[in-house]
Unconditional design. Sequence first.
Length: 356
Amino acid sequence: MSATPAARNFSPENLRHVLRHGISTAGFCCVIALGMAVSSRDPWAPRFVYSLSIGLISWLVIDIGRLLLAGRSAKRWPQGWRGVLLVIVGIAAGFLGGNAIGDAWTGKPLLEFMSFSRDKFASTVLMTVAAGVVICYYYYSLGKSKYLEGEIAMAQRDAADARLKLLETQLEPHMLFNTLANLRVLIATDPPRAVAMLDRLNSYLRVTLSGSRSLAHPLSAEFQRLGDYLELMSVRMGPRLAYRLELPEDLRDVPVPPLLLQPLVENAIRHGLEPKVEGGEIAVGARREGRRLSIEVRDTGVGIDLQAGTTRPEGGFGLSQVRERLATAYGEQSGLRLAANPAGGTCVTIDLPLPA
């Protein structure tokens, strides 16, 4: 049986918030007691006992009651009349209980304030109510601020998730259309290889569609999916395409967005290896650099001339989508760099933050 929302609010994190409220309430009560002792020239010890007793009892009643009534969010105060009633009950319990404790500690008759003159009784009650309302309003404002911050963060996260899903739905048809176009050529020129490519495509789509459309998956799954895609391309290109996938064991479980690397490999094949008569090799590797993950896609294709301002594949659909997905998922913590491969060809590097 699942716990009720009120029971879930008594988590260790929320109880730590309650304890911090208690500590700050005690500090506030000490300031009040010190001010009263100085202004009235009374002994300071009784003032501290009365003030701390009233404040801490009110804190316990209000904060525990708040967790019981808060519903799904412990950062949010009870709404409407329940919140007002909780504050009234908490201040009344603190006033009665705190005075009883103070009277017992000083040896005075129980609830001695009942015998005060009308003016003194009214000032005592007014001071207690004013202090209680000020403290409660401060915690209410603080809780409301944190609640709204959480709602804004959740909305931003949902928007980012939706954008990542949109980008992924754009990338998957793009890959499929490219593959079908290549398949159409093979049907006319090499039917046996077209059948083998169709079998690979069927297997690739079955694995892709059977998996859940999550916003992130382990880097090992990304490499596995990339291996399926390269096998699919190997059917079409034959010996003109060679590839290597290098994934260290300690990086296999790092979460990354799906289809992050495939557009880079598509660009390497289309713009690097296909224009080269003898083809070439694609190498994909990942490595750890401090608290960052670096992934490289290198090809030995025709290469690029950065000095001549060539934009291949800087302005292509795949690269632009990868950049946009990186910006959506990681913001300024990620980066994508395009450079000439020293061994000939092109090198694209992605830098990501590693999870804490």
